[in-house]
Design a protein around this ligand. Sequence first.
Ligand code: OGA
Ligand code: MN
Length: 213
Amino acid sequence: MADRLAGMTTLPEIPFAALIDDLAEHGWAIQMHALPADLTAALAAECRARQQNGALQPAGVGRAGAQRVNNAVRGDQIEWLEAAQSPACARYLKLLDELRLDLNRALYLGLEDYEGHFALYPPGAFYQKHLDRFRDDDKRSVSAVFYLNDDWLPEHGGALRLYLSEGRELDVYPQAGTLLLFMSADWPHAVLPANRERLSLTGWFRRRGNGPL
Ligand code: OGA
Ligand code: MN
C-alpha cells in the first residue's frame, strides 16, 4: 500500500473539477471558499499594505502604449502580481497555474500563462461595462477574479455584473474567498460602485494569440 501511494501522483491542493465543469457548461463559474482561508486573508492584508505603501497605481484604459487613466471608465488602483513579491503571491500564482493546467487537460484551451493584478476600488469607484478581450489582441481567454472582502453584504453594492445571453444579468458579490471564472471573449461585465472599499485579484489565462507579444 505504502509503495502504491508513493508511486501515485500527489493529489491537487484544491479540487477544481466542479468549477471547470460549470465553466464548460455555462461559460462562467463561481466557487465560494475556493482557496484556503489563511491564503485569502494574507492576500487581503497584502493588498491593503500595498495601498498604504503607495504601490497601487490608478489603472489605465486601453492597451499598453496607449493607456490613459479615465475615472469615468474605471476607478480602480492596481499593482501587477509577481511570485517574488511575497510567499502569498507565490502560493496564489502556483494554485492558478494548477488551475490553468487542469483547464487545459479538461477543455483543451491551450492556455499558456496567467497575468493578474491586485485591484482596489475606493468607495464609489466603478468599472463600466466592457469586454476583457482587446480588439487587437485575442490572447486573454479565461478571466479569473478572486475576491478579498470579509463580510460583504448586498447593501454594500460593488457587484460584478455579468451581462449574459437573452438579457439576463448575473451579479457576483466580492465576498472573500469567492473565485469567479468566465470566458473573456463572451461576457460583457461591469463593476458596480460600492459604499466601501473593494479588494480583488483580477487576472487572465492567456493562450497564444494573433496580437502583439
Ligand atoms: C477587470 C474587471 C472585475 C472585478 O479588471 O477587467 O472586470 O470584479 N474586474 O474586479
Ligand atoms: Mn473585466
